[in-house]
Design a protein around this ligand. Structure first.
Ligand code: ZN
Length: 226
């Protein structure tokens, strides 16, 4: 592949919109990383279905064993409960997975180097997010410097097209692009019907509500949450 991109696609709504952009503009190859998170089976199914719908033929699923082995997050440690939303904007929540996005970016940049792709897309969002430190623009600027100095040719660029958007703007952009929201999975804790009460569900429901759209995935509990 030349002048192509690698897109990190978890299967959630942000990465789905990001993949729709990458597929439209750059002939994307999609990378999914399972890391022992609670909903990994469901997210993997979402990844494959989204690739199919977006016509992304080049796909790679890899496992990261380090993050779950180390724990320290409610997403990877079954002894830590996933909290109901309500603390958004008050510090870094227990769903933060320590330095996770660096593991993801490292794998994506390695693959981009092999494929001779020139962009790595990641759907990080700073505003309307849970406040994770590895979603800040300064982090990606610094990481790009690492990539420039640590790769063979040094021309791979990490791009974060959603980082400055509000969540409602991401929903609107996804609707314009025809991103397959019906195939996405964002819930931190459930794999059959989304819980409707974790941070990720609440942020997502609020965004669809503000966009005047209906979230097409099934929820357990939505009344009064938006
Ligand atoms: Zn949820």
């Amino acid at each position: 592949m030349r002048e192509g991109s690698v897109v990190l696609l978890s299967g959630g709504m942000d990465s789905c919109v990001c993949a729709a952009l990458a597929a439209r503009d750059w002939g994307a190859a999609a990378l999914h990383i399972s890391y022992g998170q609670r909903t990994e089976g469901r997210e993997r199914r979402a990844f494959l279905a989204i690739c199919e719908r977006l016509g992304i033929a080049q796909r790679l699923i890899v496992r990261n064993e380090a993050l779950a082995a180390m724990g320290g997050s409610a997403l990877t440690d079954k002894n830590m409960a996933v909290p109901e939303s309500g603390q958004i904007g008050h510090g870094i929540p227990v769903t933060y997975v320590p330095f996770r996005n660096a593991h993801f970016l490292a794998a994506a940049v390695s693959w981009a180097e092999v494929l001779m792709a020139s962009k790595v897309y990641i759907g990080a969002v700073e505003q309307d997010s849970s406040g994770y430190p590895d979603c800040r623009p300064a982090y990606y600027q610094a990481f790009n410097e690492v990539v420039r100095t640590g790769t063979k040719v040094g021309r791979i660029q990490i791009v974060t097209p959603l980082i400055g958007l509000r969540k409602v703007e991401i929903v609107r952009l996804g609707l314009e692009l025809g991103a397959p929201f019906d195939l996405t999975w964002s819930c931190y804790s459930h794999e059959d019907r989304a819980c409707g009460v974790c941070d990720s569900c609440v942020l997502r429901l609020r965004a669809f509500h503000e966009a005047g759209a209906t979230d097409p995935i099934p929820y357990d509990e939505v009344a009064g949450r938006v």
